[in-house]
Design a protein. Structure first.
Length: 282
């Protein structure tokens, strides 16, 4: 009786070619080929082989000089200003769906910096609003670090995915920002109620109804936001209904809600010759 064929993982921590920059080109290409053979992977954006995310699909998320983050075009009443790095469309949308619902944690290396960029844009805006300033190396107006509060997922979704994807994303962004000299921490100060449904496929009215009273302060973690400057963070923002509910709960717990940040938004605001316009993703 023959031994069964070994089961190979469908993804790996990083796509091939992500070796240290100082490695010789021949070593990099050889190890990349070996990784491709052992851990086959395809681009989450377009399906191209041997890359977790190819250069073309990663372009909207890649860091560059000058921030690309823009205000999301939220329409939900009570939603704070939310900054997003990319439009929720094309390869960004495909990548986020694969990352969140198909276990593609190998995309963290692109999504974490994208969220960090949106957080920095939100903090730069907050700098002009907070008496103490929120610039590089500084803290909130009362000397406290800025707290990133991730939008919680339903417990069933966390069990199914095997991790708290948005929480992991927020922690990664906070760590990256601390390495840049910003006083930023992550606190899981919110919990999801049993009545919360998945927002995918819901229209604006249904999203608002679903989000209403769906979150609550999470025990001792919720106590940490009292008098603290807070940013609500999520992977995607559409109408802003969930962010509005998160802000409502956090304000009720005594937090100073500065705004929100997300990797991508269904609508982002831009300035042009005709003034402030909404750019809608298809």
């Amino acid at each position: 009786m023959r031994d069964p064929a070994p089961v190979r993982p469908t993804s790996r921590p990083d796509g091939p070619g992500v070796l240290p920059e100082g490695a010789p080109a021949t070593a990099r290409s050889g190890l990349a080929a070996l990784a491709a053979a052992l851990w086959p992977v395809s681009c989450a954006g377009c399906g191209a082989p041997d890359r977790a995310l190819c250069r073309r699909c990663a372009r909207p998320l890649r860091e560059r000089a000058g921030s690309r983050a823009a205000l999301a075009g939220t329409t939900a009443p009570g939603a704070p200003a939310v900054w997003a790095t990319a439009p929720y469309e094309g390869p960004v949308r495909a990548g986020l769906v694969a990352w969140k619902d198909r276990g593609r944690a190998d995309l963290d290396r692109w999504l974490v910096p994208a969220l960090a960029e949106a957080v920095q844009a939100a903090l730069a805006q907050g700098e002009s609003l907070s008496p103490g300033g929120l610039g590089r190396g500084s803290r909130g107006s009362r000397g406290a670090p800025v707290l990133l509060v991730p939008v919680p997922s339903r417990r069933a979704a966390v069990r199914e995915r095997g991790r708290d994807a948005v929480g992991d994303l927020a922690r990664g962004a906070a760590g990256l920002l601390r390495s840049r000299g910003l006083a930023v921490l992550t606190v899981g100060a919110l919990g999801a109620g049993r009545g919360l449904r998945d927002q995918v496929g819901l229209d604006a009215a249904s999203r608002a109804h679903n989000a209403a009273r769906s979150l609550h302060a999470a025990g001792r973690a919720g106590d940490r936001v009292v008098d603290a400057p807070v940013l609500v963070v999520d992977d995607v923002v559409t109408t802003g209904a969930t962010v509005a509910e998160a802000a409502r709960v956090l304000r009720g717990a005594g937090a100073q809600v500065l705004g929100g940040a997300a990797v991508a938004a269904a609508q982002r605001r831009r300035g042009d010759e005709e003034g402030d316009a909404l750019v809608a993703a298809p």
